[in-house]
Design a protein around this ligand. Structure first.
Ligand code: HAM
Length: 419
């Protein structure tokens, strides 16, 4: 794609009207749902020490090895733009001691991954996510999944599916990895080179590979669930049963492993048919992250806002369905009216009415054109004769009607929503 000085850099976008209205709707409804579940917003910096991400996400993960925007600041510090929101949230939780031990926090903001841009993959994308700190408890996992279902319906999305799995505990991770390696090793030569490397560094990631050669080998290997302890399997069963009790259906997908290393026990993704190959609307799970000498347990998820909007659009929910409240336009005929109207506009705005007026003395036709362009529901017109009579011509743009009102009547009408 040709680029010029007016465009943002590749993989990043300006989010402007009218598109921004659907963003505002998603954010406002998310805040309402989060408040009902007693989550509070925390805004962490977008720039953090690189070591925070390498330690918590895992230093062999794709996100850390290939996708971070990593830079050195003027003091030579190794910093990265956050590729996701969990690490910063957990750093915040760890910083607070007792105060934040059971924090329930949410975040809304940009994340950065220097991936190859394609449909569904941006370099600056946005997440609406949350984290609930606290010791592993299947009921806590179920509560967060239930919240997510509530959020999807508050946003008006239908047809999303939750795929759920467990990856067990860190102490059994080695046994699981070894079990998988043992099953795959005899057929290692059948795997492509990069998969052979994965076999050594992160064998779990072979499970969700889309490469048919890898899939053929994996098909004969045991699933992670089969290699886990009875305790871990029971944990997953309790999550599923609890969700059933809440009338929430989930699909167990034993190939689901997720791309970050901090997960323990429950992991899940929300997928939607309206998206292409990048069909994950959201990723989540329970995790255990060590920062210095502190271990933080928690559970959470992050929704990708761009993908959410694509899924909504595929189901007929679009930005133009969420326009801002229509404004009042004030038209002035002559210098004297223009000055008086400035005061009128000030008064209306102080009373909560959105309004706009032309600040130069232009022809009424040009002013009405502008009123139409901004979709004004009401136009207030004042010229010399109205000033003299103390009246206002009020035009209802929807109905095409017009009336002459005095100030108290005008204020009354404005108080009822502008006309
Ligand atoms: P994640 O699966 O890496 O998980 O990302 C979550 C969601 O962010 C994805 O499902 C997707 O919708 C969106 N996303 C990721 N990368 C891109 C991209 N390049 N372009 C557009 N959208 C993207 C996490 O980030 C974890 N921190 C989630 C979590 C929170 N787990 C526990 N708590």
């Amino acid at each position: 794609m040709a680029s010029n000085s007016f465009q943002p850099i590749q993989g990043m976008s300006d989010i402007a009207p009218p598109d921004v209205y659907i963003w505002q709707m998603l954010e406002a409804r998310a805040r309402e749902v989060f408040a009902r579940y007693r989550f509070e917003e925390v805004r962490t910096p977008v720039l953090e020490k690189t070591s925070l991400f390498t330690h918590s996400l895992g230093d062999t993960t794709d996100v850390v090895t290939k996708e971070m925007y990593r830079l050195q600041d003027r003091g030579g510090r190794d910093l990265s733009l956050r590729p996701e929101g969990t690490a910063g949230s957990v750093r915040y939780i760890a910083s607070g001691g007792e105060e934040t031990a059971n924090a329930r926090i949410y975040y809304i903001g940009p994340m950065f991954r220097c991936e190859r841009p394609q449909a569904g993959r941006k370099r600056q994308f946005h997440q609406i996510g949350l984290e609930a700190a606290g010791a592993p408890n299947p009921l806590a996992d179920a509560e967060v999944i239930a919240l997510q279902i509530n959020l999807l319906s508050a946003w008006g999305l239908e047809g999303a599916k939750i795929r759920l799995n467990t990856i067990g505990l860190p102490e059994e991770r080695e046994a699981v990895l070894e079990g998988l390696r043992e099953a795959i090793r005899p057929r290692l030569a059948e795997l492509p080179e990069d998969a052979q490397q994965r076999f050594e560094t992160n064998v779990l990631r072979l499970l969700d590979s889309k490469d048919p050669a890898v899939q053929a080998v994996i098909a004969d290997a045991p699933s992670v669930t089969e290699l886990l302890s009875a305790e871990s399997r029971a944990y997953l069963d309790t999550v599923v049963e609890t969700l059933r009790g809440l009338e929430i259906d989930v699909e167990i997908d034993t190939s689901l492993v997720r791309g970050l290393d901090y997960y323990v026990h429950t992991v899940w993704e929300v997928v939607h048919g309206g998206l292409g190959a990048q069909n994950a609307l959201s990723g989540g799970g329970r995790y255990r992250i060590q920062i210095d000498n502190k271990t933080i347990d928690g559970v959470g998820f992050a929704m990708g806002v761009e993908r959410m909007i694509a899924a909504l659009e595929a189901s007929g929910v679009t930005a133009d369905q969420f326009p801002p409240k229509p404004a009042v336009f004030i038209a002035s005929l002559g210098e004297a009216a223009l000055k008086e109207n400035l005061l009128l506009m000030q008064t209306l705005r102080q009373r909560g009415v959105a309004c706009e007026m032309e600040l130069t003395n232009r022809k009424i036709k040009a002013q009405m054109k502008r009123a139409n362009k901004i979709g004004a529901a009401t136009v207030i017109i004042r010229g010399d004769s109205e000033l003299e009579n103390g009246t206002f011509v009020v035009k209802n743009m929807g109905e095409g009607t017009q009336q002459e009102l005095e100030l108290p009547e005008l204020m009354d009408l404005m108080g009822k929503g502008g006309g």
